[in-house]
Design a protein around this ligand. Structure first.
Ligand code: GUN
Ligand code: ZN
Length: 441
């Protein structure tokens, strides 16, 4: 792509978190807010970042500067758990997890054996991510390898850093959605060879969850992870109480739900477990010891009535946490809306989620959870130039509220509470503008 090599210069108000932290209380010390800043990118990477006053000198006079004087520019949002085939079934009425899967999810996913259909939804999905300022996501496809090709191809058009994988599932689902341990292994292996490290694509070994895989299949998943240690593992864990009881019945030889995954070599620095709402103490210890990460999915946990994720416990136990929308159990693609619900989930537990901690979860904390904090999550030099331009005053109510904002923290908190995709003015990936909101003046 020729434009990829061009330099880009963006001027505006920048906000990010400068480095990863081990305690929530340290985040405020890492906030970097530059009221009139300049970001220069080259070949998709950040080559200069600082104040406009200082940076102006570094600008070649042929370079056109894109200026966003009023807006707020933050690192691209990172979605650490989402299902692209469930886009069309968002907002399905009335069920909790296990009934929801049988009633809505499995029939929807069957359609993705058709490559044309998978392409159509993959394109829609990627555009929806961009519209919501999401520049990286860890994504479930379906059991069909074609669904993985469809998604990676759709993401490749925008040079998105996307992590995805084929679902492995050999029991407790309709026949059309089942593979076998051997097929799951060979199809996943072929997809790893094809996609992992191609451009910005990365692969995740994706057993759906323990109830839909036999011990033989989980063993194959572990074998694959041992053969390709730098690919990801992505699955669900401890979301719903009936699910947890079922896992205990299916795997009586294991001490608990997480021990099933741990036993088969599926925990680790590049393992991401969605939900973790009801972990037991020994499971928290295992998450910490194995350096595994959690995708906190507040809209999903509320919508399916799964429970309240104990974020404070994760900080206490030093377990990495990112934010997940979990479409289609989750109810919004938008990280602003997801953070709005995350705040309420903490309120219901007597805890406070600050605006800066929220920003951390949505950006650098997510990058850390995906073991990509050397490449993504803030404006440090050398990082990949993925960022979002936020219009803080997209509605009359927002305008009034922002006019009364006391400081940048208050402004950000209000945006996260009443904001949505209308606030995403533009999304940049690898230095290129890939989405701009059409406004009528
Ligand atoms: N557990 C197993 N499969 C799923 C799924 O598709 N969505 C959610 N939220 N939980 C799951
Ligand atoms: Zn999920």
């Amino acid at each position: 792509m020729s434009s990829q090599n061009s330099k880009q210069a963006i001027r505006g108000r920048f906000l990010d978190i400068q480095s990863t932290v081990t305690q929530a209380a340290d985040i405020a010390n890492q906030v970097r807010y530059i009221e009139d800043g300049l970001l220069i990118t080259e070949n998709g990477k950040i080559t200069w970042f600082g104040t406009w006053k200082e940076g102006e000198k570094h600008l070649p006079n042929t370079l056109k500067v894109e200026h966003y004087p009023e807006q707020l520019i933050v690192p691209g949002f990172i979605d650490t758990h989402i299902h692209f085939p469930q886009t069309e079934m968002i907002g399905a009425f009335g069920e909790q997890l296990l009934e929801w899967l049988n009633t809505y999810t499995f029939p929807t996913e069957i359609q993705f054996k058709d490559r044309t259909y998978a392409d159509k939804i993959a394109h829609f999905f990627v555009e929806e991510l961009l519209k919501n300022g999401t520049t990286t996501a860890l994504v479930f496809c379906t059991v069909h390898p074609e669904s993985v090709d469809a998604l990676f191809q759709a993401a490749e058009r925008h040079q998105m850093r996307l992590i995805a994988g084929k679902v492995m599932m050999d029991r407790h689902a309709p026949d059309e959605l089942l593979d076998t341990p051997e097929q799951a292994y060979s199809e996943s292996k072929a997809l790893i060879e094809k996609w992992h490290g191609k451009g910005r694509a990365l692969y995740a070994i994706t057993p759906r969850f323990a109830p839909t895989s036999t011990a033989e299949q989980l063993q194959k998943a572990g074998q694959l992870k041992a053969e390709y240690p730098d690919v990801y593992v992505h699955t669900h864990l401890s979301e719903n109480k009936n699910e947890i009881s079922w896992v205990k019945e299916l795997f009586p030889e294991q001490k608990g739900y997480l021990d099933v995954y741990d036993h088969y070599g599926l925990t680790g620095q590049r393992s991401v477990f969605a939900h973790c709402v009801h972990l037991e103490e020994h499971e928290w210890d295992c998450m910490h010891q194995t350096d595994s990460a959690i995708a906190f999915c507040p809209t999903s946990n509320l919508f399916l009535g799964s429970g309240l994720f104990p974020l404070k416990k994760a900080w206490d136990k030093q377990v990495k946490v990112g934010l997940g929308t979990d479409i289609g159990a989750g109810t919004s693609f938008c990280h602003l809306q997801t953070l709005n619900e995350a705040y309420k989930v903490q309120q219901l537990q007597g805890e406070k989620l600050s605006a800066f901690e929220s920003l951390y979860l949505a950006t650098l904390g997510g990058a850390k959870s995906l073991d990509l904090d050397d490449k993504l999550g803030n404006f440090n030099l050398g990082k990949e130039a993925d960022f979002v331009v936020l219009n803080l005053k997209a509605t009359a109510l927002q305008k009034l509220r922002q006019e009364h904002a006391k400081n940048i923290e208050d402004a950000l908190f209000a945006l996260m509470t009443i904001g949505d995709d209308r606030n995403i003015q533009a999304t940049y990936i690898y230095g290129q503008k890939v989405y701009a909101q059409i406004t009528n003046g």
